[in-house]
Design a protein around this ligand. Structure first.
Ligand code: DOR
Ligand code: ZN
Ligand code: ZN
Length: 402
């Protein structure tokens, strides 16, 4: 048995209510004021107690690139960030493009993950954009497919994969990038526009990853206005609060890159008006050696799973730009719903997957505290409210600093 005392939970749209939470056998069994229990106590005074957050876009590098991250270090870093479920991307070695390749990853997840991990399968063999992956064989074991890391430019292949994904109730997640324009804004929105047509035509649940340009949001906003509820998108904390004029070194390099101020403002607009469905951080660890190379030669990607919640909380909830309810929608409920991950909620009878954010004290993020193998964060040295202090998964404490 475990009791969380004195914490605040979200009530209605934007209110907090102080309630204690009693957990037994991995399940929430009581939520009341002043629960007394002769058991382990977590004092959550001054904290927001919320359902464990869900990030549908992380790179954990295993199998294949264990120097950058492993499933174990990636999930421990995610637990530190307040996440109890994540979806690792398939740009691995081997890529999970067949049953034989996928089970290499799922075996490691079973043995070493400290939170829920739902792996993606790929769209094409080896993310090569030539031959379709064995989607039929991997369908029972994945929630979604993607070639993230690169754009699918073979549109005939993409359409065929969408039809199969639809048949097996899988989401297709898109790293929308046109190979001709690459990292330029056009690289993103040209791909978004043509992929929207494929999503409309096939009816598959089509999810755009890390959207970052005004034109992309305009296209998605329009499709939603036309009633295409199968089309969704995510935005990252970094595209919401950083822009290209702020770039200092390789730890500010990712794909899609930081954009103009106008595009950053368009990303905020998409957050506020509901065009953006969810937050996902694109946690992309690399070694310090790789990231300390000169800017043009270092790989794309920044870590983000430990700072995602405090950045969104501080910039948008604390300032009153979005409500507490919307914060939960974008970091818990909607990711679960879009990717068919089941329900997660803070209620009696539910599985105890819980995060406890310190919303009273400001904390400065330091390199020393990072649990990811990657130290490539532009947010080191920055101060935020809302850092996670304790994470509970199935009733067990998987991270605690309280
Ligand atoms: O920044 C990025 N990092 N963008 C990508 O498309 C890939 C990812 C990675 O795997 O490092
Ligand atoms: Zn991507
Ligand atoms: Zn990614």
């Amino acid at each position: 048995m475990l009791v969380i005392k004195n914490g605040s939970i979200v009530k209605g749209e934007n209110d907090l209510e102080q309630l204690d939470i009693l957990i037994d056998n991995g399940v929430i069994i009581k939520m009341e004021k002043n629960i007394n229990c002769d058991c382990e106590i977590i004092d959550a005074k001054g904290c927001l107690v919320m359902p464990g957050a869900v990030d549908v876009h992380v790179h954990f590098r295993e199998p294949g690139f264990e120097k950058k991250e492993t499933i174990e270090t990636g999930t421990k870093s995610s637990a530190k960030g307040g996440f109890t479920a994540v979806m690792p991307m398939p740009n691995l070695n081997p890529c999970p493009d067949s049953y034989e390749h996928l089970i290499k990853e799922t075996d490691i997840i079973e043995k070493t993950a400290v939170i829920d991990c739902y792996p993606y399968g790929t769209v094409s063999v080896g993310e090569g954009d030539k031959e379709m992956a064995d989607i039929e064989a991997i369908a029972p074991y994945v929630k979604a497919i993607t070639d993230d890391g690169r754009g699918v430019n073979n549109l005939a292949l993409l359409e065929k994969a969408c039809r199969l994904a639809k048949k097996y109730n899988l989401v297709v997640a898109s790293h929308a990038e046109d190979n001709f324009y690459k990292f330029a804004p056009e690289g993103e929105f040209v791909a978004v526009r043509r992929e929207i047509e494929i999503a409309k035509k096939t009816g598959v649940k089509y999810h755009f990853c890390h959207m970052s340009t005004k034109e992309s949001f305009d296209a998605i906003r329009q499709a939603k206005k036309e009633g295409y509820t199968n089309i969704t998108c995510e935005i990252t904390p970094h595209h919401l609060v950083l822009s290209e004029d702020m770039i200092k070194d390789g730890n500010w390099k990712m794909n899609p890159p930081l954009r103009s101020k106008a595009n950053m403002e368009a990303t905020v607009e998409a957050l506020l008006d509901g065009t953006a469905d969810i937050i996902a951080c694109d946690h992309a660890p690399h070694t310090e050696e790789e990231k300390s190379r000169e800017y043009d030669r270092c790989p794309n990607g920044i870590i983000g799973i430990e700072t995602a919640l405090p950045i969104i909380y501080t910039h948008f909830v604390k300032t009153g730009k979005i409500s507490l309810r919307k914060f939960l929608e974008m970091t818990v409920y909607k990711p679960n719903q879009i990717f068919n991950l089941g329900n997660r909620d803070l209620a009696v009878g539910e599985i105890a997957d819980i995060a406890i954010l310190d919303i009273t004290n400001k904390h400065t993020y330091t390199k020393d505290e990072i649990l990811s193998k990657g130290k490539n964060s532009p947010f080191i040295g920055m101060s935020y409210y809302g850092f996670n202090r304790c994470t509970i998964k199935n009733g067990n404490i998987v991270y605690r600093n309280i």
